[in-house]
Design a protein around this ligand. Structure first.
Ligand code: PLP
Length: 442
């Protein structure tokens, strides 16, 4: 069956090229039938290879939202039947997410807007005077919120990373270690469980930024031995606007509310003296994002062990194909911190000799209907570090200042990957031309 519908915001079809059939994968996502017109006038199925920025919405999330909307009513604020129903749905969503991220007895799940919000909330809750250890290559969301940060230089190997945390904790004493499970620039998997083991020896806590990992495998506080985990719904096949901070309750209960307002209070006097409530509500003032929480929970419930196994097979097959394809394109130079053989998820960043990355991304979009990301990926220090390591001989015209990132997931097909590789071969063989619109500063 070939998809036939055209997105209403896009031009209507004139010459429909039937796309290759998509291989079955266990998590159906929306948008597979969206087509875009390219410069030669053809309508092509949109190849979304920017899944690491925002993943397409899972069908189960859309269905959960559709079921919920007719019963739309206030959450934690009303006595009516629908309010009670919505309150129950919100708290059930919290319980589902808690199970999904392996919460232990006493752990909390706070719904946030996204991972950035979750990490800022935790930074707000870190006890005053406590140091936070990070690596300088973290995504800005895990680099910038910390008040008393000790930023470790980028390690050359995973073992170096663990040893650097060990040394820093020995020198500086207990702290919070904030580390990303999977790089959003290279897809490389970091030794989070080993870092957590070292941290425990020093009585330090660990927060795992699972914004990327969550879309490629199960995330479990218990399995990682971590104290906190953050993730974003929109990277986990749910709609925008819901994220999670899960983990130990004590710092969160001791901290001033992240947001001050209704829902976070136990009692307010006439002079606005407040007794704040405890638990997740302390940091969720204001009417919560019920739809986002329910959609995210629907995805978490669908991502069973069997589903993950199927998705992992699907992604690995595509990643192998992508690796082999890119290896055959002259002029493509890949970025990696730990080296090409290190385990990674479906993210590949690279530069193309003689071309600005913005120009490569523009040509992929305009001429081939392929969406990728270019720039520094909100991880400026890491990406600049990796760009500086590109051998001068690989990009003789000028040293690259930004990169292209391709990322795959549940909605990606063999045809998307093959089209990308063919397009890159064409683009790399005929460099020239400059892009006027760049997203390089992001
Ligand atoms: N951490 C990592 C590793 C990311 O890749 C991202 C986003 O790309 C974030 C944190 C921030 O996520 P969000 O933009 O959803 O807050």
């Amino acid at each position: 069956m070939y998809p036939t519908s055209v997105h209403p915001l896009l031009p209507q079809p004139t010459d429909l090229d039937p796309p290759a059939p998509t291989p079955a994968h266990p998590l159906a996502v929306l948008g597979g039938d969206v087509r875009v017109r390219v410069t030669d006038g053809r309508l092509l199925p949109y190849a979304n290879l920017d899944v690491a920025a925002t993943a397409p919405c899972a069908a189960v999330a859309a269905e959960a939202v559709a079921r919920l909307l007719p019963t739309y009513a206030s959450v934690h604020r009303g006595a009516g039947a629908l309010s009670r129903h919505c309150t129950r749905a919100y708290e059930q969503a919290r319980a589902t997410v808690a199970r999904y991220v392996g919460c232990r007895a006493g752990d909390q799940v706070v719904f946030t807007r996204n991972s950035t919000d979750a990490l800022n909330l935790l930074a707000h809750a870190v006890p005053r005077g406590a140091d936070v250890l990070t690596f300088v290559g973290e995504h800005h969301a895990n680099l910038l919120p910390w008040r008393r940060a000790i930023r470790l230089p980028l390690p050359g190997t995973p073992d170096d990373a663990v040893a650097a945390v060990d040394r820093a904790l020995r020198r500086h004493g207990p702290a919070l270690v904030a580390v990303t499970a999977t790089s959003n620039v290279t897809g490389e998997v970091w030794p989070v469980a080993e870092i957590a083991r070292v941290a425990r020896r020093y009585g330090a806590r660990v927060v795992v930024d699972a914004a990327q990992l969550a879309a490629h495998g199960p995330v479990s506080l218990a399995a990682l031995g971590a104290d906190y985990v953050v993730l974003s719904g929109h990277k986990l096949y749910a709609p925008f606007g819901a994220g999670v901070l899960a983990g130990r309750a004590d710092w969160l209960d001791d901290a001033e509310p992240y947001l001050r307002g209704g829902g976070a209070t136990r009692h307010v006097d006439a002079d606005a003296t407040v007794q704040w409530t405890g638990g997740p509500a302390r940091h969720e003032a204001g009417t919560p994002n019920l739809v986002g929480a329910v959609a995210l929970a629907a995805v978490c419930a669908a991502l069973t062990e069997t589903c993950w196994a199927g998705l992992a097979r699907h992604e690995q097959r595509l990643l192998d194909r992508l690796d082999a394809g890119l290896a055959g394109v002259a002029g493509v130079q890949r970025l990696a911190l730990f080296g090409p053989g290190h385990p990674r998820t479906g993210i590949v960043s690279f530069v193309v000799a003689g071309l600005e990355s913005a120009e490569v991304a523009r040509r992929l979009a305009d001429d081939h209907g392929i969406g990728v990301r270019d720039g520094l990926f909100c991880a400026h220090p890491l990406t600049r570090h990796l760009l500086a390591a590109v051998p001068a001989a690989a990009t003789p015209a000028a040293p690259p200042t930004t990169a292209v990132r391709v990322s795959i997931g549940a909605g990606t097909t063999v045809e998307h990957v093959d089209r990308l590789v063919a397009a890159l071969a064409q683009i790399a063989a005929r460099p020239g031309g400059r892009c006027t619109q760049s997203f390089g500063a992001r």
